[in-house]
Ligand binder design. Structure first.
Ligand SMILES: NC(=O)C1=CN([C@@H]2O[C@H](COP(=O)(O)OP(=O)(O)OC[C@H]3O[C@@H](n4cnc5c(N)ncnc54)[C@H](O)[C@@H]3O)[C@@H](O)[C@H]2O)C=CC1
Ligand SMILES: O=C(O)C(=O)COP(=O)(O)O
Length: 529
């Protein structure tokens, strides 16, 4: 296995990777985009911070790539769409640098309150500017926090300790969480109107880009103070420059920029009431140890088939849950493959229903396993849990997942239905049997049977008349095909039966034709599990 460490991550993390058997590590900090394209040609993993851009071009140049690990939070430097299409896991370390970034933000808030940076500059220039370097106090002021996630919450705790009132704008924040934090939930407009200080802690998205623009600033109090230690572009740079120049914004602090590194000649560098740091939020010894070690360990786990933690493009499963889920994942994958091979028409919808004990488990990984199984035989590309939902959607197949409280007659049951555009539905139900948790298919198209979930299956719908089983047995015998098991389900009212023969090998074309031609056999399918 080969891992490219493209940005500077903690030496302890790099060392961890080096110590693993058969793990080659290439450290290439500060490489040009062209060099990165060369270096990724045979790597299984790439570890980055915010500097290296893992673009669609980089992903295309890395045919063996399986994991991109971000030692930090923001993944805006990684083309997640392109990675997901290729089934490449993108993972980050969501919590390792929270405190470091919250503390830097608070340092900025303090530096925007007491002119520390300006005083230092003046002292170094030989002056003693006691009169012009007057600040203000945080006590009794109102802080508006946009984005009350991990960092926003830590910043709020510190603000409350300083005697500030905290307003929160975050559409995903619950009232109970706001109450627990001791903050007041408000609209963005209300926050702009009431806050003396505003700090942003959200990802850069279409919604958050330029959220604080000239209009928002105009709505704010005169002398407002603004801070961005999240992502460049949440506060519109030009609007901030104008606000600071006019005095509407009394002070500001930035750690992140619309283009990084910040242009040497940027106007931002010339404004005295603006304190700048070069994207240092996560740059503490502690945070770098946290995220560097965590990403190295998690990348290694993912690359060696272990639990995938903190993936952006697939669900993370708690290792304890994974142990419980493992037999269901196998069953789910088989049911998906089975139903896809059973259906003949164009499938419009895949309906997955969980019954019994499974209802209490995390269904996301299981539903992905079923979709992966469904695609196994129809998609030429490598399908895994990362790209299965996207691939299935691109085929125009809608996926419906239902957790049902109906009694299904089993302790647990998974039903997978493929609904075709001709109105027909093909389905299979599966469960686990016995102490060994053996997977079994227990119904096909609503007919109860019991079949194993591996090998070659001959599935027949035939007239319920004498001689069919004998005919199949003789035909297979002539072909040298051994029958390992047989399961039958009769529907006397309708006069037909469903039968499934578990075979040791697949029958020849000639035998298949003979079966098709038999007048008593309505339909037959060879299914490979
Ligand atoms: N300066 C630096 O070195 C660092 C910067 N960061 C950046 O800080 C930001 C926040 O990080 P965390 O708190 O760890 O993330 P988080 O995911 O815990 O919190 C983000 C919060 O933003 C909220 N949010 C999303 N869209 C929103 C919208 N349209 N309006 C209002 N709120 C919205 C979410 O509900 C969530 O609560 C990220 O952009 C991250 O990349 C993180 C670490 C270091
Ligand atoms: O974790 C984040 O989102 C950061 O912005 C930190 O970036 P860095 O790892 O210091 O380049």
């Amino acid at each position: 296995m080969k891992i490219l460490v493209a940005d500077k991550i903690s030496p302890t993390g790099v060392e961890f990777l080096r110590e693993q058997p058969d793990c080659e590590v290439i450290e290439a900090y500060g490489s040009s985009p062209e060099k990165i394209l060369e270096l990724v040609s045979d790597v299984d993993g790439i570890a980055v911070r915010s500097e290296t851009k893992v673009t669609a071009e980089v992903i295309a140049a890395a045919p063996k790539l399986k994991v991109v690990g971000r030692a930090g939070v923001g993944v805006d430097n990684i083309d997640i769409e392109a990675a997901t299409d290729r089934g490449i896991i993108v993972m980050n370390t969501p919590a390792g640098n929270t405190i470091a970034t919250a503390e830097l933000t608070f340092t900025h808030i303090l530096a925007g309150t007491r002119p520390i940076a300006q005083a230092d500059r003046s002292m170094k220039e030989g002056r003693w500017d006691r009169k012009i370097l007057t600040g203000s106090e945080l006590m009794g002021k109102t802080l508006g926090v946009c984005g009350m996630g991990r960092i926003g919450a830590e910043v709020s705790k510190r603000a409350l300790a300083f005697g500030m009132t905290v307003l929160a704008f975050d559409p995903f924040l619950t009232q109970s969480r706001a109450q627990a934090l001791g903050v007041e939930m408000v609209s963005f407009e209300n926050l702009c109107e009431r806050a003396d200080y505003i700090t942003v802690h959200m990802p850069l998205t279409e919604e958050t880009k330029h959220m604080i623009d000239a209009d928002a600033i105009a709505r704010m109090k005169d002398g407002v103070r603004l801070f961005n230690c999240a992502r460049g572009g949440i506060i519109e740079q030009q609007a901030l420059i104008e606000g600071l120049k006019s005095g509407k914004v009394a002070a500001a602090g930035l750690d992140v920029y619309e283009g990084e590194p910040l242009d040497k000649d940027s106007e931002l560098r010339k404004i005295d009431s603006l304190v700048l740091t070069p994207h240092l939020g996560a740059s503490t010894k502690e945070a770098q140890e946290n995220v560097g070690i965590e990403i190295a360990e998690n990348m290694f786990k993912a690359l060696t088939g272990g639990t995938v933690l903190n993936a952006i493009n697939m669900p993370t499963v708690d290792p304890r849950d994974l142990k419980m889920l493992a037999p269901y994942l196998d069953l789910g994958e088989k049911l998906g493959t089975f139903v896809q091979q059973l259906s003949s028409g164009t499938v419009e919808k895949l309906k997955i229903t969980y019954y019994g004990k499974i209802v209490d488990l995390d269904a996301l990984p299981l539903s992905r396993a079923i979709q992966r199984g469904y695609l196994q035989k129809i998609s030429g590309e490598a399908i895994n849990d990362v790209n299965a939902p996207k691939k299935i959607a691109s085929l125009g197949v809608e996926v419906d997942v239902i957790k049902s409280n109906k009694d299904c007659g089993y302790t647990e049951l998974i039903e997978v239905e493929a609904i075709e555009d001709n109105g027909k539905t093909r389905s299979a139900c599966g469960t686990l049997f016995g102490l060994g948790q053996e997977p079994r298919i227990v119904a096909i198209d609503g007919h109860g049977l019991e079949i194993n979930t591996s090998g070659t299956l001959l599935v027949l719908k035939n007239k319920d008349v004498p001689g069919i089983v004998g005919f199949i047995g003789t035909s297979l015998d002539k072909d040298g095909v051994n029958i390992a098991n047989l399961s039958l389900s009769r529907d006397q009212g309708m006069g037909y039966a469903i039968s499934v023969y578990e075979l040791d090998t697949a029958p020849s074309e000639a035998t298949q034709k003979a079966i098709t031609d038999h007048g008593g056999i309505e339909k037959f399918k060879i299914i490979q599990l």
